[in-house]
Design a protein around this ligand. Structure first.
Ligand code: GLN
Length: 192
């Protein structure tokens, strides 16, 4: 997972519980051999600055364009949008829910996610202001998309990594092991 700034440690714990071996990506070298990517929540301007400083933008774009399974939450969704890395064909509105209800939780039903609604934790969250035809909207709040999928990328305006709900991380691990069976789940790697 991208570990420049933000709540990547919460993602690491969720990934471990989902059977993956999370590694921290801070430089280009750390991208070698990754089977999936996570873009955490945090502060998108700071994360973008780190990406630029480390020369990570182009390698990240190439990996995602090549179909690397990717999960992005909150600031991570902003980082992937047209105005930033440009890997998702959508435009985010930052801090979209405004000051009064900057942070809130709700139960959210997502299309294509079995097992019932998720408890969605929004923290100064963005929403998707406008999206191209290749972007599938998975859930909305008040008519604004807050969960989308495009290709192998799932982007969420909320933070599943801050709850006990592992479904998104499990989905990512499953996507990654379908694509490169040698890398997961961990039980298969470590059977001596
Ligand atoms: N929880 C979050 O990731 C908030 C995102 C933050 N408001 C930003 O614009 O970068």
């Amino acid at each position: 997972m991208l570990a420049i700034q933000g709540d990547f440690e919460a993602h690491a714990r969720a990934l471990e519980r989902a059977g993956a071996l999370p590694t921290l990506v801070r430089t280009r070298r750390h991208l070698e051999g990754v089977a999936a990517l996570v873009f955490p929540g945090g502060e998108s301007t700071t994360i973008m600055r780190g990406i630029a400083r480390e020369g990570l933008a182009e390698p990240l774009r190439q990996l995602i364009a090549g179909g690397l399974p990717t999960l992005a939450t909150c600031a991570g969704m902003i980082v992937l949008d047209r105005a930033h890395l440009g890997v998702l064909d959508l435009r985010c509105r930052r801090n979209a829910f405004g000051r009064q209800i900057a942070s809130f939780e709700c139960d959210l039903e997502l299309s294509g996610l079995p097992g019932g609604p998720v408890r969605a934790v929004f923290i100064r969250a963005p929403w998707v202001e406008e999206a191209g035809p290749s972007v599938e909207i998975l859930a909305e709040v008040n008519g604004h998309p807050v969960a989308v999928r495009e290709g192998a990328v799932t982007a969420l305006a909320f933070h599943p990594e801050l709850t006990d709900d592992l479904r998104f991380h499990e989905q990512l691990v499953a996507q990654a092991s379908r694509r490169s069976p040698q890398v997961g789940p961990r039980q298969e790697v470590n059977t001596q």
